[in-house]
Design a protein around this ligand. Sequence first.
Ligand code: ARG
Ligand code: ASP
Length: 706
Amino acid sequence: MRKFILTTALFLCTLTAIAGEGMWLPFLLQQINEKDMQAMGLKISAEDIYSVKDGSLKDAVLIFGGGCTGEVVSNKGLVLTNHHCGYGTVNNLSSVKNDYLTDGFFAKSQEQEIPCPGLSVRFIRKIEDVTQSIMAGITNDMDKKSRDEKIRARAKSLREKAELESGMEISLKSFFYGNEYYMFYIERYNDVRLVAFPPNGIGKYGGDTDNWAWPRHTGDFSVFRIYADKNNKAAKYSVDNIPYNPKRHFKINIGGLQEGDFSMVYGFPGRTQQYLTSDGINETMNILDPARIKIREKRLSFMEAAMKESKTNFIKYASKQARVANYYKKWQGELLGLKLNDAVNKKKAEERKFLAWARKSPSRWKKYGDIIDKQAALYQNKERNELQYNYIRECLKAPELISLGRYGDSILQANNKYSREEDFKRFSKRITGSLDRMDLNTDRKIATALYDMYREEFGEELAISDRRVQAMYTQSALSDPLKLKKLLASQSPEAIKIALEKDPVYLASKFIDSENKKVLTDLRPDLISLNENYRTYMQGLREYSTKPLYPDANFTLRLTYGKVEGLEPQDGMSYSHYTTLGGAVRKRNTEVEEFNMPQRLVDLYEKKDFGKYATWHRGKKDVPVCMLSSLHTTGGNSGSPIMNAYGELIGVNFDRIWEGTMSDINYDINLCRNISVDVRYTLFILDKFGQAKWIVDEMDIVESRR
Ligand code: ARG
Ligand code: ASP
């Protein structure tokens, strides 16, 4: 009890200090943040946001696909997420004839919604603290290996038991570098269909030029729908499935906002490294980011040239290019931000303070006194291996053809079977399908240049020669459907084996696997030690800190709260908290693809045909497009609901500003802002541009300002 009073007192005196920064665990909001949130303006309770009982806001938030967030916005399973989160799926649904990326797609009725094979959404139904069960009897001084094994075995058995008992998917994750463990009960829905997708001239407006930057005019949203079986249960795709009736859906507020309004974001932030030591920051800045930027720049130059060559290549590379370009630019912003803000020295100063605190007690000093130095030594020791590990991923694994090498093993395995025909047919279909989705000529240019870069860094002997790279594209059965067909038709298993074991793609992929393994074998002990030390360091930081600390992002459900607000990124310069359609129209340039806004949208603007989605801007009516707020977000938060004080949806998160791109490592409320699409723009585009008012009509809309 005493301890509780003490910690509460600590929270009280730091109340305003924790807003803005922090990705908080939803089930601890009541304990840690509720008072602070209500003082800032929250009008609902922590229990309304997260409850173990059905029907809190958490039941309306979901994992969209592999790495985004989405939210349910109607009682018929309508889902809102980002355009860039649906991009890969819609790219797969597109062809030269039906190019939904360029032309957009708006279903006119439920019947027209398009099934999306491979796409799923996941809800978190329950979260359980399993720290005690995992950690009982485990101490810091145990031998590292047996400690690790014990934890892993316990996690596995807890997961399996929960899986069996609940019938749900279970994910068990570690927080604060293994100081706490939580288990997530997940329900997955596999029948998800496309409802609306604005054309690139809206959904990707500004392209890579505007990516990671403000001012922004991107309508980065898309709409999907979850289907379930007749009993509202998750089911695989079937024409008989019906729209899913969710436990909770968001109301939409179009009543307008003012700077300073309370806001919050609920979603699945992927990865942050807020507690890195100065040497860790140094590694990202001076070793990893520069290498990754250099490699991606090369790779992108070939992708972009190919996309300009033909519509076929545009469809082949649209989503791949967007993915590669996104982090290419992010790392540049991160690097710049870390430099400008002197992140390493700032961290060093904090470390000195931490050590001074530790020095005050012998037991603390014993535990923490050498922790920063130990990390420094480990970072130094792993530098070369870490770089090589990154080069393998960014260079050697970049060509798409290399990924087909894995079929070599499958073919060899099937080759030993009496009935191999079926397997061969299946592999052949998949390989040919993959080849259809790439442009071998472009892929070859990428491989040639990137393998060259790798050789330059790590030497000829450790690499694949250019002669062997070229052979992958001219002599392999895995790069040529005809050769593949001939090979697999061969009657003699022995002949197949001999041919495959000489196949240049298969050989190269084997070589890369073994190189990767070698590097990892060297790297792993350092990574394990680093993590162990961070676990201890984290304990120290939590003892030392006067305010509650939040765990780094790990793609689990989190809530962040702050305000709708602009920023002064530099002296004499100011960012307002919103942009408008008028601003988007002024940026239009039909000669440049990224700024080629559809004429129809310009017409709507000129006719001032804004419906109920407009606001007053400098004495004129206009539609708000994007919005800034002081919410701590990262990759994975894309598609997350931005809510007002009542938990009503006011926007969909999709990006951060350039000055704050370093936030994953060094969050600073004075430089960091997240960017979202104002929900009024989303509804305006659906209703007026897409002429799909039926979608808007399905939502619960609140028209008054709160
Ligand atoms: N930067 C945002 C995020 O990290 C949006 C990226 C989508 N746009 C693009 N041009 N790739 O995902
Ligand atoms: N655009 C990111 C995402 O896709 C969000 C961010 O990094 O701010 O999740």
